[in-house]
Design a protein around this ligand. Structure first.
Ligand code: ADP
Ligand code: MG
Length: 152
């Protein structure tokens, strides 16, 4: 587990990009942290690493946005979902067994249906720091090899 400090949105996008370069088909990335902390910005870095050039916005109302590329990206925002069952009902299992990469904003809401291995990202603001500073903590749950490559 490692915490990275970013000082502006570009630096957060760059951390997402670095993680995106490590991702493989079927990987799941969970993003937690308050509204406006930078979850969608981080996701846009992942998308960029996958060669996706679309402008990335939170799928708050649609729950999932799909981006086509060599490895497709399924970008979830489950803020408006009340529990995991609701996510199952929109076919989450099919996304899990697909050949794409899944990113989930507000993933704590559905933590009981996450796979055994995933990348857990926490974004935080800290009132004692500069207004645009963020702390990004990345944990590789059940995936030691990715953790080693991240730290290399
Ligand atoms: P979330 O998806 O968590 O609600 P967004 O990524 O949509 O957050 O928005 C983050 C906002 O914070 C953007 O307006 C962005 O420009 C701003 N911001 C300022 N500093 C940072 C930083 N260090 N990292 C990420 N976003 C930042
Ligand atoms: Mg968002």
């Amino acid at each position: 587990m490692k915490t990275i400090k970013t000082l502006n949105v570009k630096e957060t996008i760059d951390v997402g990009f670095k993680l995106g370069k490590l991702l493989k088909r079927g990987d799941v990335v969970t993003l937690n942290g308050d509204l406006g902390v930078g979850k969608t910005a981080f996701t846009s870095g992942i998308a960029k690493a996958l060669g996706i050039e679309d402008y990335i916005t939170s799928p708050t109302f649609t729950i999932v946005n799909e981006y086509d590329s060599d490895i497709p990206l399924y970008h979830f925002d489950v803020y408006r979902i009340s529990d995991s069952e609701e996510l199952y009902n929109i076919g989450f299992e099919d996304y899990l067994s697909s050949q794409g990469i899944i990113v989930i904003e507000w993933a704590d809401i559905v933590r009981d249906i996450l796979p055994k291995s995933f990348v857990k990202v926490l974004l935080e603001k800290n009132i004692t720091m500069h207004e645009d500073a963020r702390l990004i903590t990345i944990e590789f749950i059940g995936d030691k090899s990715k953790e080693m490559r991240w730290n290399a």
